[in-house]
Design a protein around this ligand. Sequence first.
Ligand code: HEC
Ligand code: HEC
Ligand code: HEC
Ligand code: HEC
Ligand code: HEC
Length: 158
Amino acid sequence: MQNRYLIISAAVGLLFAGAVVGYAIPVEKQEVPARVILDNTGGRVVFAHRVHAEDYGSACEDCHHDGVEGEAYLPCGACHPAEFDETFRTNHQKAFPDQKACLRCHDEVPSGPLAEDARPDIESIPTRGEAFHTQCMGCHEENGGPFGDDACYQCHAR
Ligand code: HEC
Ligand code: HEC
Ligand code: HEC
Ligand code: HEC
Ligand code: HEC
């Protein structure tokens, strides 16, 4: 049992170190991942990242709208969490390499608890599942690629 926790902690540590290094690399030097594996309750999705970026004619910014010029792209989940709950509130303040990213959602960079009327409008920020489905299928509907009620298993593993 204890061993498992150790392995999990080590894995999390490595991921975190990777993320920090990732943030330090400017966009032009960032490696385009060949594949991105997205685990989720609908069944794992293996996203052919390089094929999309190189063969399907999509620009980086079509999908990555992080909004901080010159910075490495962030994982979508930094801004699109499963839920805007307590975990998001505590973690997201450290999730961004640059304070300019805060302005994507906040009017100014906040440092403490927020008054009710200073809170970002979470109705306009899609959660993780919505963000992916909207982006993946929105483009497919216009440009080809799987979308719609019968297409689930063209993206999700059974
Ligand atoms: C069709 C959409 C799409 C295009 C086009 C695209 N990406 Fe991505 N990219 C993604 C998705 C989705 C992820 C996974 C993000 C996640 O795990 O939350 C990702 C992840 C990444 C990551 C890893 C970031 C991280 O820490 O998770 C990098 C780096 C990256 N992309 C760079 C690029 C570059 C550079 C280009 C242009 C040459 C590009 N991408 C084009 C959708 C795209
Ligand atoms: C730095 C924060 C940030 C990151 C990182 C981010 N988003 Fe967003 N996204 C937002 C915000 C804020 C909105 C709400 C509307 C707006 O301000 O554009 C949004 C809106 C959206 C929307 C709905 C509006 C639209 O553009 O169609 C989709 C879909 C979306 N994001 C998908 C993604 C995906 C997929 C990724 C990763 C490849 C990603 N986002 C990364 C902040 C972010
Ligand atoms: C993807 C949008 C988004 C980004 C980017 C973002 N925030 Fe937030 N922030 C939120 C939301 C949503 C809340 C919580 C609103 C609620 O509780 O209803 C919040 C709340 C906060 C709070 C108040 C916490 C509390 O409990 O009162 C602080 C402080 C804060 N953010 C700081 C930051 C800082 C600093 C950055 C940049 C480093 C940042 N945020 C970037 C969306 C964002
Ligand atoms: C900006 C546009 C765009 C976005 C965003 C996009 N795709 Fe695609 N996708 C395409 C195009 C174009 C094709 C090729 C259609 C064809 O040639 O038949 C495609 C094809 C596919 C295919 C079938 C062929 C293959 O390569 O396996 C899958 C699966 C797929 N996309 C998954 C995804 C997933 C998952 C996402 C979101 C993480 C996504 N796509 C986001 C444009 C996009
Ligand atoms: C174009 C590819 C694509 C298609 C088609 C697609 N999905 Fe997804 N789905 C994704 C991606 C990408 C994610 C996000 C993975 C992540 O959170 O890392 C996702 C997430 C999910 C999730 C977990 C998040 C949530 O909102 O609960 C469920 C459940 C899901 N999909 C069900 C479905 C069902 C049911 C269908 C068919 C009606 C479908 N998906 C069609 C790509 C697709």
